[in-house]
Design a binder for this molecule. Structure first.
Ligand SMILES: Cc1cc2nc3c(=O)[nH]c(=O)nc-3n(C[C@H](O)[C@H](O)[C@H](O)COP(=O)(O)OP(=O)(O)OC[C@H]3O[C@@H](n4cnc5c(N)ncnc54)[C@H](O)[C@@H]3O)c2cc1C
Length: 411
């Protein structure tokens, strides 16, 4: 039996569920999302959930701002908590150049209508009493961003889509893709699906799947660590949650997690994972952690947050994270393949997933994007890159962390 739908989406992470929801809100409910295992079972379930409004590009910042708006809307519609903590963020200025660049961004935030200010070390110490501010020039403060529960947000998006009539099939992998009679045919163990539009939203699996359509997408997975500390008495004693600190010097992001800290680290010499192919039995798995590799970065984190060094490590998660060479996703139509869309390669898919679903759904339904965003257009890599060149660029983008200019979109 072959099933016919208007849109098939492959991948039930935060991005696929967001596209499904935003299409449904526009009345496109003849849709089916296929997920090989369970919703969130790729990178989404173990993500820290950080969403920052800081960035140098208004189009990308809109994706972050729209994400929070859409997660909260899905929460209201379903009653399912997305766990938003509006703790705000501090992007540290470790040089005079960074401070000047942060100051130059103020008019962009005025235009976007987002609260933004550059603060001096005295104000930083008030906002974050555990931060050692010596040697810092100041920080960009975005008081209304924060972090969400990535799984909660995904299930809220999925629930809100379902409530409008969209369908989701779990434990149903897309095995084969081909173009048949003016439609996209997806073969699954439960039969074939033919769709007018096909959205590939399956992160680092997308490269393998797209190969069946003779597409060579520059998407690979890196190992990415997060370190969770034990409880910190000074933090617990505060009657507010401290803002997330993003430090170009480590580079790292550190937010409050209960009574302790959760730190994401961008290694100088990151390791790729599964370059030759994703293991077919890869499930809700983490990779072996390697604290030794992180040590030089963590020592820098401790310079900024001495309490981090005293708290003891409670857990270390190492998970695969998908990267394109410039750190931005592939989001939009595939030229020369009518009805084929990409929503893959998200390094900050929690920060931008909601807004990206909105961006793509608008494009699919209206035939053009709501705003110009060439930084994410899939055709920017259409000239092809050798694998070695692609891996080198990804490595450099990741290791650059929060350095200026922030072309990577890392959040
Ligand atoms: C340790 C760590 C911390 C992170 N912290 C943050 C953070 O704080 N903020 C942030 O923005 N981002 C963070 N990220 C990145 C974030 O996790 C990803 O950007 C995001 O989860 C990507 O979502 P996705 O929907 O694109 O992909 P995924 O969540 O990986 O979903 C893809 C889905 O596709 C499914 N799939 C694959 N192949 C098929 C197939 N053939 N048929 C059907 N289904 C298929 C998979 O099972 C999977 O469920 C972090 C990542 C790591 C590793």
């Amino acid at each position: 039996m072959t099933e016919h739908v208007r849109v098939a989406i492959i991948g039930g992470g935060i991005v696929g569920c967001s596209v499904l929801y935003r299409l449904a809100e526009r009345g496109w409910t003849d849709t089916l999302l296929l997920e090989r295992r369970e919703l969130t079972s790729g990178s989404t379930w173990h993500a820290a959930g950080n969403v920052t409004y800081f960035g140098h590009y208004p189009g990308l910042t809109r994706l972050y701002v729209d994400s929070i708006r859409i997660y909260l809307k899905a929460e209201r519609e379903t009653g399912r908590s997305v766990g938003f903590h509006p703790a705000g963020s501090l992007r540290l200025a470790t040089t005079r150049e960074e401070l000047d660049a942060y100051r130059r961004l103020a008019p962009m935030y005025d235009d976007l209508g987002i609260e933004y200010r550059v603060v001096d070390p005295a104000v930083m110490a008030e906002l974050h009493p555990l931060l050692a501010t010596a040697g810092l020039f100041g920080a960009a403060h975005t008081p209304t961003d924060g972090h969400v529960d990535a799984s909660g947000a995904t299930h809220a998006l999925a629930g809100a889509a379902r409530a409008r009539g969209a369908r989701i099939k779990r434990r149903c992998p897309a095995e084969r893709l081909r173009r048949v009679a003016g439609a996209w045919e997806i073969t699954t163990p439960e039969g074939a699906v033919r769709a007018e539009h096909l959205v590939l939203a399956c992160s680092f699996w997308t490269r393998e799947l797209a190969r069946q359509l003779d597409l060579d997408l520059p998407l690979y997975a890196l190992e990415h660590h997060e370190v969770i500390t034990g409880s910190i008495p000074e933090l617990r004693a505060l009657d507010f949650e401290v803002p997330t600190v993003r430090d170009p010097y480590a580079p790292s992001n550190v937010r409050q997690e209960g009574g302790g800290f959760l730190c994401g680290v961008y290694e100088a010499h990151p390791r790729f994972w599964a370059v030759e192919g994703i293991p077919p039995d890869f499930g809700e798995d983490l990779l072996p952690p390697d604290l030794e590799r992180l040590e030089p970065h963590l020592l820098r984190v401790i310079e900024r947050l001495p309490a981090f060094g005293e708290a003891g490590v409670k857990a270390v998660n190492n998970g695969p994270i998908c990267y394109a060479p410039d750190g931005c996703p592939l989001l939009g139509p595939v030229e020369g393949h009518e009805g084929l869309w990409l929503a893959a390669g998200f390094a900050v898919g929690i920060g931008t997933g909601g807004g990206s679903g909105e961006f793509l759904a608008h494009w699919m339904v209206e035939g053009e994007p709501a705003h110009d965003l060439p930084m994410v257009h899939p055709s920017r890599f259409s000239n092809g890159l050798t694998r070695e060149r692609c891996l080198t660029l990804i490595r450099e983008t990741y290791a650059r962390g929060y350095a200026l200019p922030e072309a990577s979109g890392i959040g």
